[in-house]
Design a protein around this ligand. Structure first.
Ligand code: 5RP
Length: 260
């Protein structure tokens, strides 16, 4: 890997632990603004506990201080709201602007098996070409079309496909037989949190994913929709970086302040 590419990736995935906790806050790009994300400013107290922030250009400019010392993973795909066919996306941010924003990685979704599958795979390929040109790593999000099962066969296929395109790391969902997803994907894998579930279940999912080979999480709703978002992100960190047990992490969550 070129120096710049390696340096940017090392800001996201800790070279010390080999792991990362990314805070996903890009949901609004397709019109999904759950709970506290409605008032984005409320999320600021969480930033210090994240290794990287994943968000859109608009929210970065409007809601995040340019003085922040956190790597930014910038979503650069858009095109459809949740009211329409989600896979109908294109790249919506010029690479020059991503460079001006000093981002550490760029990301788009691929919707394997969906109506606009080819378009999204070509979006990813375009991003990888930009990334290679300027030394910026690319995260591929294996988004799941409405009709797709979130199983190891499908998620493994989508993650492998992203790796074959040349993406640098991939985000997918945790599923049964997750080792199979890892086995077929020769690049670092982070898991999305998915819909809000009880805190202990979300911690167990993070623990299983790390045990089974994920390098980390890119978690949103299971952190910021928790009754203790700070407790929850601290607990997830302990699992991801310090190999804490689910019981230990759950205690950390319980001791967290209520609300933000
Ligand atoms: C949507 C995304 C989101 O960042 C991701 O799914 C959000 O994380 P969570 O599921 O943990 O709320 O990439 O395509």
């Amino acid at each position: 890997m070129q120096w710049g590419m390696q340096n940017r990736l090392s800001r996201i995935i800790s070279p010390k632990t080999g792991h990362c906790v990314m805070l996903a806050m890009d949901h609004g790009y397709f019109g999904n603004i759950p709970g506290t994300l409605k008032c984005f400013d409320d999320l600021k107290p969480l930033f210090e506990y994240a290794d990287a922030l994943m968000l859109t250009r608009g929210m970065l400019r409007s809601c995040v201080s340019a003085e922040i010392d956190k790597p930014i993973v910038l979503r650069v795909s858009a095109g459809a709201s949740m009211l329409k066919e989600l896979s109908n996306e294109e790249i919506n941010v010029a690479i020059d602007d991503a460079i001006r924003l000093n981002v550490s990685a760029i990301t788009c979704s691929i919707f394997v098996g969906s109506e606009y599958e080819k378009q999204t795979i070509m979006n990813l390929s375009k991003l990888i070409n930009f990334g290679e040109q300027y030394g910026i790593p690319v995260l591929a999000v294996t988004a799941v079309g409405r009709e797709m099962a979130r199983d190891a066969r499908y998620l493994g296929m989508a993650s492998r496909l992203a790796a074959e395109m040349g993406t640098h790391f991939v985000k997918t969902y945790y599923c049964e037989n997750f080792e199979e997803v890892i086995r077929v994907t020769p690049i670092p894998v982070v898991i999305a949190g998915g819909k809000k579930i009880p805190e202990r279940d979300a911690l167990q999912m993070a623990k299983n994913a790390i045990n089974e080979g994920a390098v980390g999480v890119d978690m949103g709703r299971n952190i910021f929709l928790s009754d203790s978002p700070i407790g929850m992100i601290k607990a997830v960190r302990e699992i991801v970086h310090n190999n804490a047990s689910v019981d230990e992490a759950y205690e950390i969550y319980k001791q967290g302040p209520k609300g933000l």
